[in-house]
Design a protein around this ligand. Structure first.
Ligand code: HEM
Length: 192
């Protein structure tokens, strides 16, 4: 259950500095349409019982790269409780990305996640003492692995190649949109 996920605060956070009007223009810019929304809902159906396998794959990627596991660590020691706590919210995020309407509540939570990656709020939710910020360059770099690795999971439920491709594009656009919103705290005032 969503509400049982430690630190998950959807609907309970401050206002995003990005307006709905700006979000609409961003959606237009990444060519995100109502068709993509439908395909994301379908992706949600396809992915919902595969989130553990997806997270295993992503965590293997992070765990296998010292420069990435660094962001869950202090003095080179990964904090296992932190990795586990974030994993539960990450699983919920997969479902939210596919199923939630991209409204003011969604926008507000994107800003909260942005702050949680940035020095503004990293470590606070789980009350841990690890490195203080995830560097901007890796936020953007993650768009590719988080996108490319989803394709195999989208093929698992017998959809034809065209439908898989449509779900995949919708996912790629949604992740791009999300990461743009998550970089807000890293950008100089009036330059976002
Ligand atoms: C938190 C996804 C980039 C490390 C989270 C959460 C999600 C997520 C869903 C939990 C949000 C919540 O609290 O509800 C993603 C996605 C990324 C990305 C989709 C880019 C496409 C990165 C990168 C790193 C990273 C590059 C570095 C290894 C972390 C850490 C937290 C976190 C350490 C916990 C932050 C805290 O202290 O609250 N991420 N992330 N993330 N992510 Fe990411």
């Amino acid at each position: 259950m969503e509400k049982d996920i430690k630190g998950y605060a959807y609907g309970q956070v401050g206002q995003s500095p990005v307006s709905i009007a700006d979000l609409e223009l961003l959606k237009k810019t990444v060519l995100f349409t109502e068709e993509d929304e439908k395909n994301l809902r379908l992706a949600g159906e396809v992915l919902k019982d595969q989130t553990n396998e997806i997270l295993d794959l992503w965590y293997d990627f992070v765990g296998g790269n010292e420069h990435l596991v660094h962001y869950f660590s202090k003095n080179g020691q990964p904090n296992m409780d932190y990795l586990t706590a974030v994993r539960a919210r990450f699983g919920q995020w997969i479902m939210d990305l596919c199923n939630k309407p991209y409204d003011q509540t969604w926008l507000n939570y994107q800003h909260e996640i942005a702050l949680r990656h940035h020095s503004s709020k990293k470590n606070k939710t789980d009350d841990v003492d690890t490195v203080p910020i995830i560097h901007y360059r890796y936020m953007v770099a993650f768009i590719f692995p988080i996108t490319a690795t989803i394709k195999g999971f989208l093929t698992k439920k017998g959809h034809d190649a065209e439908t898989v491709e449509a779900m995949y594009s919708a996912w790629f656009k949604a992740v791009t949109l999300t990461v743009i919103l998550w970089t807000y705290p890293y950008i100089n005032k009036n330059e976002f």
